[in-house]
Ligand binder design. Structure first.
Ligand SMILES: Nc1nc2c(ncn2[C@@H]2O[C@H](COP(=O)(O)OP(=O)(O)OP(=O)(O)O)[C@@H](O)[C@H]2O)c(=O)[nH]1
Ligand SMILES: [Mg+2]
Length: 262
C-alpha cells in the first residue's frame, strides 16, 4: 500500500524477483484496476473482473470515481475473489494495492478484502510505502505517517512502514534520513515547531504523541539495488506472518520409483 507512484508495483516485482532467487514460491495478486503492465504477470488480477478503462468509457466516470466503482464492484462480487484465492490457499501472495487513501478510510473496501482473506485463514501483513524523498520536510513526514496510520487502524492487521526509493538519495541525504528510521518523538516535535508558527505547537505535540502511541514512527529503508535491504524487509514481513514457523518440513523427493513386485 502507499500513495500513487510511491513504488508499490516496484516493491512487488523486487520481492518476487528476490523470492525466485531464493527458491521460494510466490504469486502476485493485483487489486489495481488501473494497472497497465507488470514485470511479473499476476496470478489473480482484478482486471479479469473489471477494468478502470471500461468503467470510464462505458459509465463516464472520472479516474477516481471509476476506481471506487471498480472496487465496490469487487466487493459485490467477492465470491469471484474467493474462488480465485481458493487455488492459492497454501501460498505466499504479494498483493499490489491501489494507492487512493479513500479505499482505506472513507470506504471499508480494503478492510472487507482483508476480512475475506482472514476468513480463508490467510495471514496478512500490511506493507505501507512512503517515498524517502518526501520526508525531507517534517510536515510531509507527518502527513505521510498519518495516512499510513489511518490505513493501519482501518485494516487492523500487522503493519510495516517502508521508506522507498532509497537508491535515489545521495550519501548525505541518506545519513540525514537515518534519523527518521527510528526517530525520537521529542526531536520531531522540536523540528516541526521550529518551522511553524507557535499556534501549531500544541497540535504538533499531540500529533507526535499519537504517532508514538501507535508505534508508527519506525521505518525500514528499501533500496531495491541492495540485497541486504530487501532481505531485511522480507524477514520483517515473515516475522509478522510467522512464515518460517508455518513451513512444513519438506520430504526429500524420490529420484526413482521402486517396483516392489519385481
Ligand atoms: N530508482 C527507483 N525508482 C523507483 C523505485 N520504486 C519505484 N520507482 C519508480 O517510480 C515510478 C513509480 O513506481 P511504481 O512502482 O509504478 O509505483 P506505484 O506505487 O505502483 O504507482 P501507482 O500504482 O501508479 O500508484 C516508476 O517510474 C518506477 O520505476 C525505486 O526503489 N528506485
Ligand atoms: Mg502500481
Amino acid at each position: 500500500m502507499g500513495p500513487a507512484g510511491t513504488g508499490k508495483s516496484t516493491y512487488c516485482a523486487t520481492m518476487i524477483n528476490h523470492c525466485q532467487n531464493i527458491g521460494r514460491s510466490v504469486h502476485l495478486m493485483n487489486l489495481d484496476p488501473a494497472a497497465e503492465k507488470f514485470e511479473y504477470s499476476p496470478s489473480i488480477d482484478i482486471r479479469d473482473l473489471i477494468t478502470l478503462e471500461d468503467v470510464m468509457e462505458e459509465l463516464q466516470f472520472g479516474p477516481n470515481g471509476g476506481l471506487i466503482y471498480c472496487l465496490e464492484f469487487l466487493l459485490n462480487n467477492m465470491d469471484w475473489l474467493e474462488e480465485e484465492l481458493g487455488e492459492y490457499e497454501d501460498d505466499y501472495l504479494i498483493i499490489d494495492c491501489p494507492g487512493q487513501i479513500e479505499l482505506y478510510t472513507h470506504f471499508p473496501i480494503m478492510r472487507r478484502i482483508c476480512d475475506c482473506l482472514q476468513r480463508m485463514h490467510f495471514r496478512i501483513c500490511g506493507v505501507y510505502l512512503l517515498e524517502s524523498q518526501f520526508i525531507e520536510d517534517n510536515s510531509k513526514f507527518f502527513a505521510g505517517v498519518m495516512s499510513a496510520m489511518s490505513a493501519m487502524i482501518s485494516l487492523e492487521i500487522p503493519h510495516i512502514n517502508v521508506l522507498s526509493k532509497m537508491d535515489l538519495l545521495g550519501k548525505v541525504k541518506k545519513q540525514e534520513l537515518e534519523r527518521y528510521f527510528d526517530p525520537d518523538p521529542l526531536l520531531l516535535t522540536d523540528k516541526a515547531n521550529a518551522s511553524m508558527s507557535s499556534r501549531f505547537h500544541d497540535l504538533n505535540k499531540a500529533i507526535v504523541q499519537l504517532i508514538d502511541d501507535y508505534n508508527m514512527v519506525s521505518f525500514l529503508p528499501l533500496n531495491i539495488t541492495d540485497e541486504d535491504s530487501i532481505t531485511t524487509i522480507m524477514s520483517h514481513v515473515d516475522n509478522a506472518l510467522q512464515f518460517e514457523e508455518d513451513q512444513e518440513p519438506k520430504e526429500p523427493k524420490d529420484t526413482f520409483d521402486v517396483d516392489y513386485d519385481e
